[in-house]
Design a protein around this ligand. Sequence first.
Ligand code: FNR
Length: 352
Amino acid sequence: MNTSKLFSEFRLNKYLTLKNRIVMAPLTRAFASDAFVPNSKAIDYYARRSDAGLIITEGTIISENARGQNNVPGIFTRDQINAWQKITDKVHHNKGLIFNQIWHVGRVSHPSFLNGQLPVSASNTVMTSRVKRSVNLYHGQARGMNLFEIKQIIDDYKTAAINAIKAGFDGIEIHGANGYLIDQFLHCCTNLRTDNYGGSPKNMARFVLEIIEACGQAIGFERVGLRLSPGGYLHEIVGESKDAEVFQYLLQQLNDYSAPIAYVHTGNFDDSRKFVELNNLSMSEFIRKYYSGVVIACGGYNFNTAIDAIENKKFDLIAFGRPFIANPDLIKRLSNNQELENYHDQMLQDLN
Ligand code: FNR
């Protein structure tokens, strides 16, 4: 039995205590129905992993227009809430905790998912890359939202948070990472606005802070986590030195909140990478430097590097992604020092 600090309890806040410091990272599996309802295999998939300290679900769309691919789950209809309820019940039955990651992709979409309409974003921009899981669809032009649309989408996040609590989730994670809608407001290359939502760190952080405020007021700030990618690395986000000021401002605002949120989580595939635009810090180093609350790091860690970082207080909790796909019994294997299965992309074909 391994006695590392990774297996010790962690009190996130007055409502939530994790049974260990290992988090299951959000992992899109695209196994929902055409109406975005998680299928029955997802119940066992999540239940099998419920000995993690906290499960964060796959990205879950807040409205039909929030998607950039088909068959991802949603949290905006009664059927979706009912299906999630079966999953949260099973995880709670196994004494696990589960947050729902709520998601709008913004420009990382295509008119074919949106009744022919252009994807929305912070500003008018063009993406050139291919749509994931498509043969020859390319993202293309996106359209900057007007103020009315911004308010509407903030409201959709709030409704999704309320629905997540109705479905029995212990909280939500706002997906502010990986080049999706919120991240498009936070980076200079995609936010070209000249109104109250662009042009300065304060304005660029306004959209996400309004979403946090709306969700926190609705379900309690202790039940709201946030995933961020301060370094630009995915979906054609090109980092600029001015980006660091936006994220510093945002993290400072979160420090000053009278009601602290649950955590900030790095959205990242490789946390050993240092970013020029973050003054040569990694994402977790940058967030730890400017944020005084709970930090979850993720991206390319193994058991030993995670133990080392947690023992040295580089962050508080570690999230594993691909290792959890390959090893439903990851926690047992780690605690018994058993060998792990290696992850392969073919594993995504089956919801095991
Ligand atoms: C991901 N990741 C991801 N991130 C996120 O915020 N929401 C999501 O829905 C997904 N979906 C997803 C699907 C698949 C198949 C992979 C491999 C990854 C990123 C994930 O949460 C994590 O950041 C990375 O996998 C890096 O962590 P590991 O795998 O190195 O531990």
